[in-house]
Design a protein around this ligand. Sequence first.
Ligand SMILES: [Zn+2]
Length: 338
Amino acid sequence: MLIPNRYSVILDRDKTINEDPGYLNDPAKVKLMPHAAKGISLLNKFGVRVFVASNQSGIARGLITTTQLGTVNNRITELLAKENAHVGGFFICPHADEDNCDCRKPKSGLIKQIINKEKIDPFKTFLVGDRARDIECGKEFSMRGILVGPDEVNLSPNTVFRAAHLEEAATYILEAIFDETTNTKIFLNAEDFFPQLEELKSTQKKIVFTNGCFDLLHSGHAQLLSYARTLGDYLVLGLNSDRSVRALKGKTRPLNNALDRARLLAQLPYVDAVVVFDEDTPIELLKKIAPDIQVKGGDYIKEELPEYKVMRTMGKEIVIVPFRKGYSTTNIIERMRL
Ligand SMILES: [Zn+2]
């Protein structure tokens, strides 16, 4: 699964991207903050769009002219470009508190401007700044914020992380995007999957189900899952919870927890949903999902399977797919011990 590139980040300017000597009006005084260019360039590489939203009350106070503001912003752009970092635009509030404008952060005017002009998706936008107001300004759009630097003592409720600098913030954002795009296939409780299941059933799609621990993913698993998917239109993988893996395989297992196992499985193009279940057998889950086909990997005789009766009663089919010989998590662990 590739990361979609419709994510955006809105950065504060002073003390987030560049150092702040106070009412910065001289391009010769522009200095980037440590790790700022690296952080922006990292976001650029993976297609995340980057914008700047900045309060510049120095303009209202007559300490910065709009021309000076322009030359400073150009200098920032130039210094970033030297390190392969690019921002998509500067959105500026030139007002002071007493002007009572709607764009001075923590008010949301600048964010609205970016949403309207750049057509960003608020649910896929992160805010980064050194002050609580840099994050609070996106609160009404449910944007998540990352505070950088040690200075701020107040936290806006939509703050999700504190980072030392912009590069650390960018790393966090890339992880969050990965989790979010992957998690669309992951259901840690069966109940969370049912709305999607209802929808599927209404489309007459042929649902295939298989289950297992998938503790250390190997090519035997990949073969089984890809064949399973071939039998229908949608593959639901019932994944044993950590508790049920321990019950089945002993207390030293699983090696990877359920979320990590699910994250990996969700990357396979032929797995449509990973549903974690806590029972020792998948019978309860099978009853709820009532798939058209259940796939078992191995050399089972289907009439001897505990789920055979359930599937037969529901008028559904069980297909046994042979396992690739010599491949099992247990074998891999044995080999590692030698
Ligand atoms: Zn304003």
